[in-house]
Write a protein that binds this ligand. Structure first.
Ligand code: MG
Ligand code: MG
Ligand code: MG
Length: 306
């Protein structure tokens, strides 16, 4: 029986490229594996797949009775809905440990690095499997995306070394330029419905019994949001009601200025000031130096809820 290799809901480039790269590795070591995805591919990920000649993995939402290798998360809110009825055979992740549990022993590759694909590269090295050029290319792009071209505080020496090695294998001379091209694709938000933008990179978290949704849009210049900011705010307010959430936060991240404007709708806005030490005005606050949801946004908020 082949295992399925799948990343999180609302898949990002790490989830999609990681599923492809890990499934390839597993097949090379005699374990049949099929990459899948839990949602639509983002424009950034499509750009990467096109650049290196891949099709998107098959869309598969139900895994009851199947063997699953989980990529880029361990939170039940981000996993397949019926994950409890599947057998989780392994996890590769670089986030805080979530609430996913298993009934059988599993393989765990979890490291505090900038990207799951950095860990998958370590797995290739561990099994001594050669990485094909096109797979090296998508892995490299996933790391450049997750680490915001090495600017994110989540980026480690391992991520940088890994990108350098993968760029060599992929035959990419200027990987930073390719990274900027990726973020240019990400910055093209004009003409996209507000809901699509809010949901493009959106995660729900269970914070001490409160459901908190946090979205993030990483762009080269925040002025792309000038005309649509109020639409985005109206939409996160709707999303909060629809999902019965305590709060919905949307991070508008400026990767050049290296900071984020946070748009907030919350049952208790004081929790934001408690978490980040900055007082929101009219549901907005600028958080200087904040680029990473997982390292700079989630932990202080989790503490504020505790
Ligand atoms: Mg991810
Ligand atoms: Mg990731
Ligand atoms: Mg990200």
């Amino acid at each position: 029986m082949a295992m399925y290799v799948v990343g999180h809901k609302i898949p990002d480039s790490d989830s999609i490229c990681g599923a492809i790269a890990l499934a390839y590795l597993k097949n090379q070591i005699g374990e049949a594996a099929i990459p899948t995805r839990l949602g639509e591919v983002s424009p950034e990920t499509q750009f990467i797949l096109d650049r290196f000649g891949f099709e998107a993995p098959e869309l598969k939402l139900s895994y009851a009775g199947e063997e699953v290798y989980i990529v880029d998360h361990t939170e039940k809110t981000q996993a397949p809905d019926d994950i409890d009825e599947a057998t989780v055979v392994g996890v590769v992740d670089h986030h805080k440990l979530g609430d996913l549990t298993t009934s059988t022993p599993l393989e765990c590759w979890i490291r505090p690095v900038g990207c799951s694909n950095t860990i998958i590269k370590m797995m290739y090295d561990f099994y001594n499997v050669k990485i094909p050029a096109n797979i090296a290319g998508i892995m490299m792009c996933a790391i450049l995306s997750d680490t915001v071209i090495f600017k994110s505080p989540t980026c480690t020496t391992a991520d940088i070394k890994c990108v350098e090695a993968l760029a060599e294998i992929a035959g990419v001379e200027d990987f930073k330029e390719l990274g900027m091209d990726m973020f240019k694709v990400k910055s093209a938000v004009q003409g996209t419905p507000a809901r699509d933008l809010v949901m493009r990179d959106f995660k729900d978290f269970n914070m001490n019994g409160n459901l908190v949704g946090i979205g993030q849009l990483e762009v080269i210049d925040l002025s792309v949001f000038d005309e649509i900011k109020s639409e985005l705010e109206a939409d996160i307010a709707k999303l909060k009601e629809e999902g019965n959430r305590h709060s919905v936060l949307l991070l508008l991240t400026d990767i050049m200025k290296e900071g984020s404007e946070m748009l907030i709708v919350s049952n208790d806005e004081s929790i934001i000031e408690k978490a980040y030490g900055a007082k929101p005005e009219a549901g907005r606050v600028w958080l200087d130096g904040v680029l990473s949801r997982k390292k700079q946004v989630v932990p202080p908020l989790q503490d504020a809820f505790a």
